[in-house]
Design a binder for this molecule. Structure first.
Ligand code: FE2
Length: 300
């Protein structure tokens, strides 16, 4: 079994109120990733998992055959996906259905993810996402005017949880200048067996390798900006106990393996941009005027 404290990445006890120390900021700047243990209590992890399962209850797989896969360009063109920036939608794993067209397991054990606006639409995820501690971390990392652009609940289900190939989140959440920061909350233990993340430390200082955007007909395309391969032999595992927060630069290359184990690996993620930067109208992720971008302040 993976030792959940054994990583070559800098790892700290979560600071009170999100007040990162200079050493934490230095680790983020040098590696592109910062691991903060015990950011969440187990009660909070349980509350978010329970709420996610309530939302899944309302999901009817018969309505949806959309499958999210970073290796399948066709799926990127799926309208169900492209219109989900201001909704709560559900994306199944590639292997969710058996030969007879039936789900292989319970709904939550066939889902890849749920996204992309729980943080604005669902009261439980809203309350969790808009907090002073996250605002403080974001501020100390240099974001002057944060907007939470996206939330995802990642299921990484047992046996069929798929691989996520090496990528940079700024490829998809692009601003000028680049400003994306990822927040990844482990709601269950993430191990090398059940598909924890891996990072290539320091590579966030290299330019963005590709940019994904909408064409005029709303199909999505990815423009390669630099075709040199990632030095994946330098990847470092980032196993994380439930309650850990992993903060990473939008240009930090990361990936996760398939889940071949018998345990799920649930995580919640937020992506934040600086609203002082330009957010292009051809980014895939858009929201309607009725759901304006918000920072970390709680709703009245
Ligand atoms: Fe990612």
């Amino acid at each position: 079994m993976t030792d959940l404290r054994q990583t070559n990445l800098a790892c700290f006890d979560a600071p009170i109120g999100g007040r990162l120390t200079p050493e934490m900021v230095d680790a983020y700047r040098s590696d592109g990733v910062l691991i903060l243990e015990d950011f969440l209590t187990h009660e909070t992890c349980d509350e978010l998992r329970a709420r996610a399962l309530e939302l899944v209850e309302a999901f009817d797989p018969a309505d949806v055959r959309s499958i999210f896969s970073t290796t399948d360009q066709e799926q990127l063109n799926d309208r169900y996906f492209i219109e989900s920036g201001d909704k709560i939608r559900f994306f199944l794993e590639n292997d969710a259905f058996d030969e007879a067209g039936q789900l292989r397991s319970s709904k939550e054990n066939c889902l890849n993810k749920m996204g992309h606006a729980m943080h604005d639409i669902d009261p439980v995820f809203d309350r969790f996402s808009h907090t002073p501690a996250l605002a403080e971390i974001t501020r100390l990392l240099g974001n002057e005017n944060p907007g939470i652009i996206q939330s995802m609940y990642i299921f990484k289900p047992p046996r069929i949880g798929g691989e996520v190939v090496c990528h940079q989140d700024s490829t998809y959440i692009y601003t000028e200048p680049q400003s994306c920061i990822g927040f990844w909350f482990a709601l269950e233990d993430a191990t090398e067996e059940n598909g924890c993340m891996y990072f290539i430390p320091g590579q966030h200082r290299e330019p963005l390798k590709s940019r994904n955007y909408r064409l005029s007909d709303d199909r999505l395309t990815t423009e390669v900006l630099d075709s040199t391969p990632w030095p994946e032999h330098l990847k470092v595992a980032a196993p994380a106990r439930a309650g850990t927060l992993v903060v990473f630069d939008g240009r930090a290359p990361h990936m996760s393996g398939p889940n071949g184990s018998e345990t799920s690996r649930h995580a919640y993620t937020l992506h934040v941009v600086d609203q002082n930067c330009r957010y292009p109208a051809d980014n895939w992720l858009q929201r309607g005027a009725d759901l304006p971008l918000r920072g970390f302040a709680a709703q009245d």
